[in-house]
Design a protein around this ligand. Structure first.
Ligand SMILES: Cc1cc2nc3c(=O)[nH]c(=O)nc-3n(C[C@H](O)[C@H](O)[C@H](O)COP(=O)(O)OP(=O)(O)OC[C@H]3O[C@@H](n4cnc5c(N)ncnc54)[C@H](O)[C@@H]3O)c2cc1C
Length: 116
């Protein structure tokens, strides 16, 4: 996750630097621009991996917490039940995890990989 953050920061710095030195900067942000393309692909790939890993870990933790708290954990008004419900949602939104797996496979294996 730290690597994903660092990759995103590098991409951000590249774009900000371009903005300062090139009035036509927006047209330089395309696939033909190898430096931008490499930074963008790396940031996208690591963000997808981080989201997949972190949300699966959160769901696993919340699920175990419900078990540890026993019947109290199952009560809808308990805090662990709330965490379980919320962590169930995060594997669906901001990129459903199954779809992220396909995205990661495409980014790892290149444009020719027919994931969808
Ligand atoms: C609590 C919550 C808050 C939300 N907030 C927002 C918001 O603020 N703004 C917003 O725009 N949207 C929001 N959403 C919507 C969310 O982004 C979508 O629910 C999410 O993108 C999944 O899309 P979908 O519901 O259409 O499911 P579908 O795309 O129909 O997917 C259903 C299931 O099938 C799986 N699936 C889909 N395609 C494939 C495939 N090719 N291979 C394998 N499995 C596949 C998915 O992983 C998922 O498990 C929210 C959703 C929830 C649950």
């Amino acid at each position: 996750m730290y690597r994903a953050g660092a990759a995103r920061q590098k991409l951000h710095d590249y774009v900000e630097n371009l903005k300062e030195h090139d009035a036509n900067w927006i047209s330089a942000l395309n696939r033909e621009n190898k430096e931008y393309s490499t930074l963008r692909n790396r940031a996208d790939r690591l963000a997808a991996i981080a989201k997949l890993h972190a949300t699966n870990a959160a769901l696993d933790c919340a699920n175990r917490a419900v078990q540890i708290f026993g019947s109290y954990g199952y009560q809808k008004t308990s805090r662990v039940a709330r965490h379980f419900l919320d962590s169930r949602a995060i594997v669906i939104y901001e990129g459903a995890n199954e779809v992220l797996k396909l995205k990661i496979a495409s980014l790892e294996m290149g444009d020719k990989y027919d994931a969808y």
